[in-house]
Design a protein around this ligand. Structure first.
Ligand code: NAD
Length: 419
């Protein structure tokens, strides 16, 4: 039987049953399944950050139904936000009818910046460019493994920028980081080439650091969704109208993009990647033209179906940094990704699915209905409910459309008195 990520009624299964399905799908060993359940241990935590006293857990949900470039994916998502996993699964299901997502990505090129303080930026630029070959060789000597894998420093460019303290010459080192996120690799190379730049120009360098605006390392995905799957022509029009609002207004665009990042960031965290690096890069990329724009776009195609696209910088890896922690490795195994490029293509597809789900909900029933049931449970817990009381109080509040802590406390008191 062909492997599929489509599991009907996955959400209705018990947690243990869901884990068993993932274990089977991804071929996890018993130990791996146990490690996934146990989460990060103190010993690993102490190797990751300083002054550790405990670990902080997040729910790990699995989004099902993803079909990307003809391959089936179950997607581990670490998130604290209600409805994200369900919405991604639901949207991915709707996207299957026309073959799922088509995704691609650029080479994994990161940018390292070396700041030069100079009285003559033009002269400095020329001197650095004249030494390009030597600079690239020196950078590459720092990471022979990366070079042997086909990566390494590939090129450089010198930008003259006007600052509050005069012109500065900024060298951009373009490094193909292969399957790493690349920050440490690039920072090391930038530091290594600094003496060469100082010698060539006779000037002093200051900062040597990666740029999180990874605009040369982008992932793209697109999808066509049938009008019937979405609920008819009116829903397609509503989604396109909702998108055009975001395309025209940064106040809406930022929330639109946040919706896409709900999915992407959840996969970033599950795979041990750096969410701050990606978030910073995405929002800078969205405003690179001088006006903040959406990272996705939606239109009605000639047959009345919905067509959507996403494009964003995605500096994520499957080696290096915290991607090596055991839970992150198991989540990468569940995804079945073999390269950083593939991981970024999955993330772009998840972002597009998440955005579709949010736009559909917002432009039809409103976002709150989907959120209500879990939100009501959270409110019941805030009011002090436990065990069976949580679900029963939440149900009453959802039916009454009156979900607040005061009402939950009243319902809890009534239940306690009647016992
Ligand atoms: P790393 O330092 O562990 O280096 C990864 C190494 O993996 C590379 O040097 C390369 O030689 C090697 N590599 C690449 N592809 C490979 C492959 N296919 N097989 C085997 N080896 C391969 O990790 P990194 O990715 O350079 O750094 C990422 C970390 O840096 C993240 O944890 C991030 O949070 C942190 N960081 C981020 C910033 C920032 O974003 N501004 C700044 C500093 C540090």
């Amino acid at each position: 039987m062909e492997k599929t990520s489509q599991v009907s009624g996955y959400y209705k299964l018990k947690r243990e049953e869901r884990l068993a399905k993932v274990k089977e799908f991804a071929g996890l060993t018993d130990d791996e399944a146990k490690m996934l359940e146990a989460g990060l241990g103190f010993e690993q935590a102490e190797k990751m950050v300083e002054n550790v006293v405990a670990t902080f857990r997040l729910p790990l949900g699995i989004a099902v139904n993803f079909l990307i470039n003809g391959k089936e994916y179950m997607v581990p998502m670490a998130t604290e936000e209600t409805s994200v996993v369900a919405a991604a699964s639901n949207a991915a299901k709707m996207c299957r009818a026309f073959g799922g997502f088509k995704a691609s990505s650029t080479d994994p090129i990161m940018i390292g910046q070396i700041q030069l303080l100079t009285k003559d930026a033009k002269k400095a630029k020329k001197a650095i460019e004249d030494n390009k070959k030597k600079i690239l060789e020196t950078a590459n000597a720092k990471d022979p493994r990366l070079v042997s894998l086909g990566g390494g420093a590939k090129d450089l460019e010198v930008r003259i920028i006007k600052t509050g303290r005069g012109e500065m010459a900024i060298t951009h080192l373009f490094v193909d980081v292969r399957d790493a996120m690349g920050a440490n690799a690039v920072n090391t190379m930038c530091e290594a080439v600094t003496p060469l730049i100082e010698d060539a120009t006779g000037d002093k360098t200051l900062l040597k650091i990666i740029s999180n605006l990874a605009d040369r390392r982008r992932a793209m995905a697109e999808v066509t969704v049938s009008s019937e799957e979405l609920g008819g022509a009116a829903v397609v029009d509503a989604i396109v109208n909702a998108y055009e609002f975001a395309a025209a207004d940064p106040y809406r665009a930022v929330t639109h993009n946040k919706g896409a990042m709900n999915g992407i960031t959840a996969v970033i965290i599950a795979t041990g990647n750096d969410s701050r690096a990606v978030e910073a890069g995405v929002h800078a990329y969205a405003s690179i033209t001088g006006r903040y724009k959406t990272i996705t776009s939606w239109e009605k195609d000639g047959k009345g179906n919905l067509h959507g696209k996403i494009e964003l910088p995605l500096a994520v890896g499957i080696v290096g940094g915290a991607t090596m922690n055991p839970s992150a490795k198991i989540n990468q195994k569940i995804l079945g990704v073999k390269s950083a490029k593939e991981l970024s293509e999955v993330m772009a597809s998840v972002g597009l699915a998440q955005n579709l789900a949010a736009l559909r909900a917002l432009s039809t029933e409103g976002i709150q209905r989907g959120h209500m049931s879990l939100h009501a449970k959270n409110i019941a817990m805030m009011a002090g409910a436990s065990g069976k009381d949580i679900d029963e109080i939440a149900d009453v509040m959802v039916k009454e459309k009156n979900i607040n802590v005061d009402r939950a406390k009243k319902l809890l008191d009534e239940r306690k008195r009647s016992r």
